[in-house]
Design a protein around this ligand. Structure first.
Ligand SMILES: [Zn+2]
Length: 109
């Protein structure tokens, strides 16, 4: 049985997939942004850089998880990893394989 892989999925499937990609990108951004206020707060509380180290390592762990989670998201159109091509991890606003834009479900054309 021959299944056509190049066939474009239904718009609601694309929209659902893109929403998931945007959510994971957003979470990665949040993790990156909380670094400075979190480290500042940790140093205020512990009164030393050394005391804030556990917080730093917890943040690094969180960053690794958020990066892996956002990298593992698949493109709803071509089924490949949206941000990964070979050994490359790139956070572009389009799929690295089929060029599906991140906001394709919002564009009316
Ligand atoms: Zn794709």
């Amino acid at each position: 049985m021959d299944t056509n892989q190049s066939e474009t999925p239904a718009p609601e499937v694309i929209a659902h997939g893109l929403r998931r990609i945007r959510l994971r990108r957003w979470i990665l951004w949040v993790v990156l942004i909380i670094y400075l206020p979190t480290m500042w707060l940790a140093q205020q509380v512990t009164r030393s850089f050394h005391g804030a180290l556990p917080v730093f390592f917890a943040w690094v762990l969180l960053l690794i998880i958020a990066t892996a989670w956002s990298a593992a998201v698949r493109c709803p159109r071509c089924g490949n990893y949206y941000h990964v091509n070979g050994m490359m991890l790139l956070y572009l606003r389009r799929c690295l394989h089929c060029q599906l834009p991140l906001t394709a479900d919002r564009e009316k054309n």
